[in-house]
Structure formats: structure tokens, C-alpha cells
Design a protein around this ligand. Structure first.
Ligand SMILES: *Cc1c(COP(=O)(O)O)cnc(C)c1O
Length: 397
């Protein structure tokens, strides 16, 4: 596989910010994607944990097409019918009270960070600092980057927002050490995606909730990647029985239509953002909201959470076999349909070989293979993925 003339022409027109694989994808069908040569790929990447319903879901697509014909955009100067449905659906399935729609995950993080500061301000405290986690990823805008702990992403853009401390993930003491009377919020991913598929322990999630309650700090859960049923509950935090004050969603929430959201409890909403504090031209537009409402409706109707639990367990069993079989595979990580394999080496070559053999997989950090397939995969697709991955892993030795 190599870069062809078409790809080179594209590269010449774009700011060079991505190292793309030399493949041009053209259409999807179920859990498969086809490139411009007609080559078929089994998709265990889902466009980075986005395409939960796979490709060509007719119920979703019909709803979107009908909405395009009705009304695509209205701005937030007016109400629109799809927004009501989407907000109701998200409240129902997330258990949160109030929703703000954005166009992406990063933007939703920005909104959540602002909401937490506004809350502290309205409560007449001097709190404005945040605690985030080592190995976190929350996005690349200045605010989101400020709570993202990855030297390579941050360095060229410093100075970022001051007063942010990074605690060790799954280490409550390291969180407690950072709490001061200036802390307004603690932000974390219940399961870190980009950071290497690291799951929070029950003790950690419950402990953070307790720290926040005792010190009157807001708990913000970034569920952008691990939410939307990917771990087997709609929000990953729901499986811990922990309710954050603010939840951030995006990726699979619109099944491919660009949309994000942050949601808060009534208690936070009462003391937080007011008219004039925050806004977006596109956010919550009728097309994006149709995607959200329909996605949630399909999740509920098809009991996606149970399906993910079942297939996730099957996947875990198969991955455990790879850990046994293949010397270079050190451990399995994650749960449901967000799992990873940590290898004894960088995974780049393996991902390229898998691509050649018709399997789309991605990395998380340099040494973890990340598996975030469409949520609708069946056991047969797990078997097909494992066959390809095993042959690639064995071929490397
Ligand atoms: C992808 C991601 C983001 C950023 O979302 P965008 O839609 O790319 O802006 C933030 N947090 C987490 C955990 C993510 O996985």
C-alpha cells in the first residue's frame, strides 16, 4: 500500500496535521467499509469510536434524510422540534437533568469547564482551578488541551490555562494532594481511551465522588469515547453507580453526524450558565439533534447495552486467548466494546499489516492496539477480527 496520485493531491491542499494511512475510503455497509479499489475492510475502529450503529442503518438514514428536507439549521435564536426530542432522549438515557448541545467533543469540554467556573463564581467562591488526570485526553482547543496531559500535544502551545494539576489515574491520594480551596472541578474519563485504555477502579470513581462532595467541587466525567453504551451501560460512570455533576458526550452520540453535548444536574444548572454566558451557532441544530434522538431511540429499542455486554465478554475471552498464544501480547485492557491489547513493542507495524489484510484497527498511545468497533458487531465479526489479528501477530515474530 502506498500513497497514490490522488492522495498526494489531497495532501498538497491540506494543512499537514495528519499522518494518514494510504487508503481512500468510499462507502460503508454494516460493519464493513470499502475503499476506492473496492477492497473490503472489517471495521474495528468505527471512525474512532463514532459509528456505533455501523454503516447504512436505514432507520437512522431515513430520519436524517427526512430532516434534511424539512429543516437543517435554525440557530439557537429559536426553538426547533428535533432539539426537544434529542434533549428528552439524552436526559432519559443519561439520567442527567439539563443538556447543552455542541458540534464536537472538544467544544463540549470547553462548555463543561466554563460551566464549572461559572458555578464557583455564582456560589461566591474563589475557586477556578481544575484537577485532571495523567494520561488524559480531552481535546485540542486551549481549554481542553490545558486539561490534557500529553507533553507532545501541549508543549508548542504553552502557556496554557494556569492552575491545573494532574493526578495519577486510580490513585486517590494523588488527587487529594492536589485539592485546594481554589479547586472548582475534577475532570476525568472513567475509561481513558487515547491514554491507553485505562479503566478507573470502583474505589477511584467512588473516591472522587466523595472528595468532590466533601470539598464542594464539581465532578466532570468525559464520556466522549467510553460513553454511549460502549462499556455496556449508556454512560461508563453508570456502571459504577456514580453520578457526576457534569457529563460530556460526543463521538457515537450522533452516529457520525458531528455533535457533542454536555449535561448537568439541576443543582449545577441552577447556579451555572445563564443567557449570554455561552453559545454556538450550529450546536443543537435540527439535523444533529435528529441524529442524537434517533441514535438513543435505536439504542433503547435494540437494548444496545445488553448487546455490548454480551459481545464484549465474548471479545474479552478471545483477546485473553491472544494474550496466552502470542508472546508479544502482554495484557488485555478495557471492557465491553472498548478494549485494548498492550504489546511489548510499538503497534504501528501491526496496524499497517492488519490494514493490508482488510482489518481497521487503531492504537492508543504507542504500545496498545485499541478495539472500538461499531456497537452492532456480532460474534462472527469478533472471530473474523481475531483470525486476522492472530495471523498478523504470529507473522511479526
Ligand atoms: C475524542 C475525544 C475528545 C475530543 O472530541 P472531538 O470530537 O474530537 O473534539 C475529548 N475527550 C475524549 C475522551 C475523546 O476521546
Amino acid at each position: 500500500m502506498k500513497v497514490n496520485e490522488y492522495m498526494q493531491a489531497v495532501e498538497n491542499d491540506l494543512v499537514h496535521t495528519y499522518n494518514r494511512f494510504p487508503v481512500t475510503l468510499e462507502r460503508g455497509d454494516g460493519v464493513y467499509i470499502y475503499d476506492t479499489d473496492g477492497k473490503k475492510y472489517l471495521d474495528f475502529a468505527a471512525g474512532i469510536a463514532v459509528s456505533g450503529l455501523g454503516y447504512g442503518n436505514q432507520e437512522l438514514n431515513t430520519a436524517l434524510k427526512e430532516q434534511i428536507d424539512k429543516l437543517m439549521h435554525s440557530s439557537n435564536l429559536y426553538y426547533n422540534t428535533a432539539c426537544k426530542e434529542a434533549a428528552k432522549a439524552l436526559k432519559r438515557i443519561s439520567g442527567m437533568d439539563r443538556v447543552f448541545f455542541t458540534n464536537s467533543g472538544t467544544e463540549a469540554i470547553e462548555g463543561a469547564l466554563k460551566a464549572a467556573r461559572k458555578y464557583a463564581w455564582k456560589k461566591k467562591t474563589e475557586r477556578f482551578e481544575y484537577i485532571a488526570m495523567k494520561d488524559s485526553f480531552h481535546g485540542r482547543s486551549m481549554g481542553a488541551l490545558s486539561v490534557t496531559e500529553h507533553e507532545a500535544y501541549r508543549k508548542p502551545f504553552e502557556p496554557l490555562i494556569p492552575g491545573i494539576g494532574f493526578a495519577k489515574f486510580n490513585d486517590l491520594d494523588s488527587v487529594k494532594e492536589l485539592v485546594t480551596d481554589k479547586t472548582c472541578a475534577i475532570i476525568l474519563e472513567p475509561l481513558q481511551g487515547e491514554g491507553g485504555i485505562n479503566m478507573a477502579t470502583r474505589e477511584f470513581m467512588e473516591g472522587i465522588r466523595k472528595i468532590c462532595d466533601e470539598a464542594r467541587i464539581l465532578m466532570i466525567c468525559d464520556e466522549i469515547q467510553c460513553g454511549m453504551a460502549r462499556t455496556g451501560t449508556f454512560l461508563a460512570c453508570q456502571s459504577y453507580g456514580v453520578k457526576p455533576d457534569i457529563v460530556v458526550m460526543a463521538k457515537a452520540i450522533g452516529s457520525g453526524i458531528p455533535v457533542g453535548a454536555f449535561a448537568m444536574t439541576e443543582n449545577v444548572a441552577e447556579y451555572s450558565l445563564e443567557p449570554g454566558d455561552h453559545g454556538t451557532t450550529y450546536g443543537g441544530n435540527p439535523l444533529a439533534c435528529t441524529a442524537v434522538a434517533k441514535t438513543v431511540e435505536i439504542f433503547e429499542k435494540e437494548d444496545m447495552e445488553s448487546h455490548v455486554k454480551e459481545i464484549g465478554e465474548y471479545l474479552a475471552g478471545k483477546l485473553d486467548e491472544l494474550v496466552e498464544d502470542c508472546d508479544l501480547v502482554l495484557e488485555r485492557r478495557g471492557t465491553g466494546l472498548i478494549q485494548g491489547l498492550r504489546l511489548d513493542r510499538p503497534v504501528g507495524e501491526i496496524i499497517k499489516k492488519a490494514l493490508e489484510k482488510g482489518l481497521l484497527i487503531i492504537s492508543a498511545r504507542s504500545d496498545v492496539i485499541r478495539l472500538v468497533p461499531p456497537l452492532v458487531i456480532e460474534k462472527e465479526h469478533v472471530d473474523e477480527m481475531i483470525d486476522i489479528l492472530r495471523s498478523v501477530l504470529k507473522g511479526i515474530l
